[in-house]
Write a protein that binds this ligand. Structure first.
Ligand code: KG4
Ligand code: ZN
Length: 340
């Protein structure tokens, strides 16, 4: 079979990204234009600004991805695009662009689920990795524990019932004055602090062992800070960051271990922006090592939003014969496993 080359587009949040991926595993180019400096001014992502910036940058990002991959449209087999979940306006920019290019070039269109993309980043990092495995997807919008039984086949074991873990990082960062995006800033601050300084709670969701809850933890951090202020005491931001990070990492690791033990899986993968956190990677890696489980985690650049992961996911959709129609639309609350 000849090589299958896919141009993938990702614009679900605040990164405008395009990549050319061969056979789902080999990245020929991976261009990411981040909007973080713009949204930092407002303390978080402003959806209208995100859409406008995607429109401004999209063509250039795609041209660069094709140029770096030394490809023209005639060298491609398909155009892939994230169509959900995400910000509706931001998603629409990518979906409209992908449809226009695919239609003009006479190429098939493959709509991709953003979380499926995050999971598939592992296929790029580990060319020999094959399902079945369990994947803990932890990002700014999602915290999902997923059983990947085959390519494109997912069972959600647990998910957050309130805030995503990355969202909790972002909110706590804002509360302690670190700014946006919070994850990397909290991680850096935590290096100077004592993770055992403050005992923040690890939430348990009644009736569902695999679900997560992070809003209580975020409130516990805010209450701790308010309590200090009311008593006229100062608090140590580094200790808060380190103790908060320990609580999040502990909850995530506990769930992963529970799944390993219950399902007897031999492989565990991480995915999503929070998986670029060193303390989190190390905690799950050592839990896996103790139990003789293979541990997988993409490089940080493949953990945060990018289009190469969409190209990897699209390849398995493509070879399974799945195509999207010209009526493909953005689906902001698309569920994993649901297809347009
Ligand atoms: O996967 P991603 O780029 O976008 C979504 O699909 O949401 O994840 C972004 C999230 C943000 O909440 C960001 O604060 C968090 O990932 N994040 C981190 C780190 N780097 C990014 N959280 C903790 N530690 C990090 N080093
Ligand atoms: Zn993402």
């Amino acid at each position: 079979m000849s090589d299958i080359r896919i141009l993938a587009i990702e614009s679900s949040c605040d990164e405008t990204a395009a990549a050319v991926v061969e056979n789902g595993r080999h990245v020929r180019s991976n261009i990411i234009s981040t909007q973080i400096p713009i949204h930092t001014l407002y303390g978080g992502v402003v959806p209208e600004i995100a859409s406008r910036k995607h429109i401004e940058r999209m063509d250039q990002v795609i041209e660069q991805a094709l140029a770096e991959a030394e490809c023209t449209l005639s060298d491609l087999d398909a155009i892939a695009v994230t169509y959900g979940p995400g910000l509706v306006g931001a998603l629409l920019c990518g979906v409209a662009e992908a449809k226009a290019i695919a239609f003009a070039a006479g190429l098939p269109l493959v709509g991709v689920h953003h979380i499926e993309g995050h999971i598939s980043a592992n296929y790029i990092e580990y060319p020999d990795l094959e399902p079945p495995f369990i994947c803990l997807v932890v990002s700014g919008g999602h915290t999902h524990l997923v059983r990947v039984s085959d390519y494109g086949s997912y069972e959600i074991l647990g998910r957050t019932v309130d805030d995503a873990a990355g969202e909790a990082f972002d909110k706590v960062a804002r509360a302690i004055g670190l700014g946006y995006p919070g994850g990397p800033k909290v991680e850096k601050k935590a290096l100077e602090g004592d993770p055992d300084a403050i005992a923040f709670p690890k939430a348990h969701v009644t009736g569902s062992d695999y679900d997560f809850s992070f809003s209580g933890l975020k409130s516990a951090v805010l209450n701790y800070m308010n309590g200090c202020k009311m008593r006229g005491e100062t608090y140590n931001e580094a200790d808060i960051a380190a103790s908060f990070q320990k609580a999040v990492v502990g909850a995530l690791t506990d769930h992963a271990v529970m799944a390993i033990e219950e399902f007897g899986v031999k492989k565990l993968a991480l995915a999503g922006g929070v998986a670029s956190n060193g303390a989190f990677r190390e905690s799950v890696r050592s839990a896996c090592e103790e139990r003789g489980v293979e541990f997988y985690c993409p490089s940080p650049i493949l953990c945060t939003d990018n289009a190469a992961m969409i190209g990897a996911a699209a390849y398995y959709e493509f070879i399974a014969g799945r195509r999207s129609g010209w009526d493909l639309n953005a689906v902001p609350a698309l569920k994993l496993g649901e297809r347009a």
